[in-house]
Design a protein around this ligand. Structure first.
Ligand SMILES: NC(=O)c1ccc[n+]([C@@H]2O[C@H](COP(=O)([O-])OP(=O)(O)OC[C@H]3O[C@@H](n4cnc5c(N)ncnc54)[C@H](O)[C@@H]3O)[C@@H](O)[C@H]2O)c1
Length: 346
């Protein structure tokens, strides 16, 4: 197991290890509390069963939840909690989410709520869950009124980012994870592009761990993890959800670079760096879909839940990323124009 790396999320007495690499899931049984005699595995049908670690000597119960955002719901939580109760789970037992971000969000929230909080650990099986969703303790579900509107901060006791899982991950899901990975290059301003995929996953985990350690409840620096997301959410909504989240983030990252450029915060070279990371390192499209209208995108950005009272973006500068409020709509139109025209010869 020599190629498994460990990154720690430092949160005082709630600190925990994240193990990254091929076969990392096999480390999890030794990382959950010794006192956990029962383990409740929460997973999905489409996730290969081989990704579930063996918890020898413990009483293991498997709970399969549905696929898709409709199943990230309070009724799934109720079903799980009733199942936990029937299985006799106590406050010292452990929930283990084996899946992508949907599973880790649901398993985390179920663990946070059952008996007012029992330990949870995760095996992250999508690239997005490895670099983002499974780390940092944000858990929750959707309600008809909105995505992720109900939830809790509940840190796991350990996370395994087992890259064996990537062998079966569909390409469309891999693209989503790559969009989120790209943002980390700009949060730290270091060139991660030369690293192997596993090194880069570990680097993203380290960066997220540092941000979370400094701002566990998202009152400051953690907002930087939303780099590229303001336009991304508008693209998702206006495309009728036909453009996946990570692909929209990829486009949103280069748009944020254009906006920072229009505002005089970064130079041409830094804009080109954004294209190089998103296109060359992660193989993602940077083009703003032609059928998405600027007016509609701007209206959606005004309604973004991260927009406090005005158009708000995370933007690059010579000193790194910052949250900028009150951006003039005309500047956003200029940036959309620059984005649409970038690289198009006249
Ligand atoms: N808590 C957070 O901080 C945070 C951050 C980002 C996203 N999220 C949440 O994460 C969710 C999206 O997560 P996701 O992109 O991982 O999607 P997902 O969990 O819905 O998984 C996508 C699909 O891939 C399948 N799958 C997962 N691993 C597989 C594997 N190894 N092989 C084959 N199939 C596999 C799943 O069964 C599912 O069908 C959203 O609900 C989002 O809100 C949470």
């Amino acid at each position: 197991m020599s190629d498994v790396r460990t990154v720690r999320v430092e949160l005082g007495d709630r600190s925990y290890p994240v193990v990254v690499g091929r076969g990392a899931r096999h480390e999890l049984p030794s990382l959950i509390p010794n006192g956990s005699r029962r383990v409740a595995i929460v997973t999905q049908e489409s996730i290969p069963a081989v990704l579930i670690p063996a918890f020898a000597g413990r009483d293991v119960h498997r709970f399969v939840i549905g696929d898709g955002e409709d199943h990230k719901s309070l009724s799934t939580i109720e079903e799980l909690m009733r199942g936990f109760s029937r299985a006799g789970l106590t406050r010292t037992d452990c929930v283990v989410g084996v899946g992508g971000g949907l599973v880790t969000d649901v398993a985390g929230f179920a663990a946070a709520s059952y008996h007012r909080g029992i330990p949870v650990a995760h095996v992250a099986t999508t690239l997005l869950a490895m670099v983002d969703a499974a780390i940092g303790g944000k858990t929750g579900v959707n309600i008809p009124e909105g995505k992720n509107l109900v939830g809790a901060f509940w840190q796991p006791c350990a996370v395994a980012c087992d890259t064996d899982a990537l062998d079966t991950l569909p390409e469309s899901e891999s693209r989503c994870g790559r969009g989120e990975m790209a943002k980390y290059h700009f949060i730290v301003r270091e060139d991660l592009s030369t690293q192997s995929l596993e090194e880069r996953i570990a680097a993203c985990v380290r960066i997220k761990a540092e941000v979370v350690a400094g701002d566990e409840r998202e009152s400051g620096r953690r907002a930087l993890l939303n780099y590229g997301h303001t336009l991304a959410h508008a693209i998702e909504v206006n495309s009728g959800w036909t453009i996946a989240h990570g692909e929209a983030v990829a486009i949103g990252l280069v748009f944020a670079a254009h906006l920072a450029h229009v505002l005089g915060r970064i130079d041409d070279r830094r804009v080109a760096d954004h294209y190089a990371v998103v296109k060359d390192t992660y193989g993602l499209s940077t083009a703003l879909p032609k059928d998405l209208d600027d007016d509609a995108l701007i209206e959606s950005m005004k309604r973004d839940k991260k927009a406090l009272s005005s158009l708000t973006f995370v933007l690059d500068s010579r000193d790194g990323l910052e949250v900028i409020e009150g951006i003039d709509e005309a500047k956003i139109r200029d940036a959309l124009k620059a984005h649409r025209g970038y690289g198009v010869s006249s």
